[in-house]
Design a protein around this ligand. Structure first.
Ligand SMILES: Cc1ncc(COP(=O)(O)O)c(C=O)c1O
Length: 297
């Protein structure tokens, strides 16, 4: 597998960074995961916009806007060089892949404050084959809730994911597919997803704030709901309200729209994926299929 590190394409096993890298030492960086199908990036502009906002928020300088745009070209190049642009002839399916992209403040002797001498950001991109969790999307998963112990700037997609890592581990140990964070009685994010509930046919998701990640899939799903005539409301969702939710689902770049049929051991609605979730699942699948069709035509 070829990856891109600081200006060159190298085999992954030869890609090395300094032990002084502030990403390694402090988690001082941001990342993106972008979905690709048949060599096309899904919602590329939105991902690069969020990346730029994250770099601004962390005051990581040294990557000009123009360079940010070259990252998109590099991502496409990686898909090409790693043979991830064409569907597998045997199954006739599309080529599914993800791009992982990380930018850190760079390497410098360890000081908490920004290095006095400006560093060159470390830029890393990798492409990997991806298999969507189709069975889970079909039958739905389960989730647990946990106190949201993350910091108060969860809107920045930083590489500091320890609370998310621990939460996901608690979910695995509980036999659940996701952990949903709760802050002051209201749900915020999943460990690696955004959360939606359906009440009487209306889709509700927490409004954007510093307590949740502005998911790209979240935005797409809200747009798809509006286009499909499904009422949506961005309004806080209290944990106690979820007892009477008809449906619950998660969204994310590698999660798509995933139904949650049980929360903390209690059934949600009928305990099976609901009709609104199903409609949004197929609307998103259609949007992704459109990406592959755009390549073919
Ligand atoms: C905490 C959190 N919320 C939401 C998401 C979903 O965001 P996106 O749809 O951009 O993948 C992620 C994705 O990694 C995440 O880590």
């Amino acid at each position: 597998m070829l990856v891109y590190l600081n200006g060159t394409y190298v085999p992954k096993e030869r890609a090395t960074i300094s032990v002084d890298d502030r990403g390694f030492i402090f988690g001082d960086g941001v990342y993106e995961v972008i979905r690709a199908r048949d060599g096309q990036l899904f919602e590329a502009a939105a991902h690069f916009e969020r990346l730029a906002a994250g770099l601004d928020a962390l005051e990581i300088q040294g990557l000009a806007r123009a360079e940010l745009q070259t990252l998109e070209t590099i991502a496409r190049e990686l898909l090409e060089r790693n043979g991830l642009v064409q569907g597998n002839g045997e199954s006739g399916g599309a080529s599914e892949a993800t791009i992982y992209l990380q930018v850190t403040r760079g390497a410098a002797p360890r000081t908490h404050a920004f290095p006095r001498v400006a560093t060159t950001p470390t830029v890393y991109l990798a492409a990997s084959p991806f298999t969507p969790a189709v069975a889970l999307q079909e039958r739905g998963g389960t989730a647990i809730t946990l106190p949201d112990v993350r910091w108060a700037r969860c809107n920045i997609k930083t590489i500091n994911l320890v609370p998310n890592v621990l939460a996901k581990q608690r979910a695995v140990e509980a036999g659940a597919t996701e952990a949903i964070f709760v802050r002051d009685g209201a749900i915020t994010d999943g460990a690696s997803t955004n959360v939606f509930a359906v009440f009487d046919g209306e889709v509700r998701t927490p409004p954007l704030s510093t307590y949740l990640l502005p998911g790209i899939t979240r935005r797409v799903v809200l747009d798809l709901a509006a286009e499909s005539g499904i009422p949506v409301r961005e309004q806080p969702v209290l944990l106690e309200e979820l007892a009477r939710a008809d449906e619950l689902f998660l969204t994310g770049t590698t999660t798509d729209v995933q139904p949650v049929c049980e929360l903390d051991g209690r059934r949600i609605g009928a305990g099976t994926p609901g009709p609104v979730t199903r409609r949004l699942q197929s609307a998103l699948a259609g949007r992704l299929a459109g990406l592959a069709r755009a390549v073919a035509s």
